[in-house]
Design a protein around this ligand. Structure first.
Ligand SMILES: Nc1ncnc2c1ncn2[C@@H]1O[C@H](COP(=O)(O)OP(=O)(O)OP(=O)(O)O)[C@@H](O)[C@H]1O
Length: 190
């Protein structure tokens, strides 16, 4: 579709190619039409949430958590926009794809593994110092930028320490709904 001001999102962003789909969201490469900067936009269709209050709370939590975090190895949230039917997360575009794809190709020496591990630890200890715990860490949520440096992404299901109950445990959902459903259905088959 040819770009016109009429199809620019909020008169600011031009949506380009689809980068990937999660359970509730689609992520697009996009461009800021004011300065041409590459960005990523995560689009959540509110219909998919089925008026589920818990999911809405998770999204609000993702927004407040991402606004709190500012670290070299954590994907930056620039702004959140919404219409009646959709929510748009405008985030830093991470060019190099998922660490998952690199690991699958077996392109890893010891030095590179050490570098990524150190960057991951640095991002996570920063999160912990902000009382944020990432419980959906997986290779698909670790992206690589154009220099091959790591960026932790996908903050949809992060609990914060205020949610620790008197028994010392976190009582929020662990992992994604998709993985929880998969685990439950495989247990029910047994
Ligand atoms: N900031 C980004 N820059 C570049 N690509 C991204 C960015 N964020 C996500 N992606 C791509 O979009 C895909 C979908 O991302 P998303 O975080 O919605 O879902 P997911 O982690 O695959 O799934 P889920 O959270 O549902 O388990 C990712 O796998 C990744 O390849």
């Amino acid at each position: 579709m040819a770009f016109t001001m009429e199809n620019a999102l909020f008169n600011k962003y031009e949506l380009e190619r689809l980068l990937g789909c999660g359970v509730f969201a689609k992520v697009y490469h996009a461009r800021d039409i004011r300065d041409g900067q590459s960005i990523a936009i995560k689009v959540i269709n509110k219909k998919r949430l089925n008026n589920n209050v818990n999911l809405m709370e998770n999204i609000k939590r993702e927004i407040s958590i991402m606004h709190r975090l500012n670290h070299l190895h954590i994907v930056k949230l620039f702004e959140v926009l919404a219409t009646k039917i959709k929510i748009y997360f405008v985030i830093e575009f991470v060019k190099g794809g998922e660490l998952f794809a690199k690991v699958a190709k077996g392109q890893f020496g010891e030095d590179l593994s050490r570098k990524h591990f150190q960057q991951l630890i640095s991002a996570l200890s920063y999160c912990h110092s902000c009382s944020v715990y990432h419980r959906s860490l997986k290779l698909k949520n670790l992206l690589l930028d154009e220099n091959g440096d790591l960026k932790v992404s996908d903050f949809g299901f992060l609990p914060v320490t205020e949610q620790i109950y008197p028994d010392g445990l976190l009582h929020t959902l662990c992992g994604t709904l998709e993985s929880t459903n998969r685990i439950l259905s495989s247990k029910m088959k047994k």
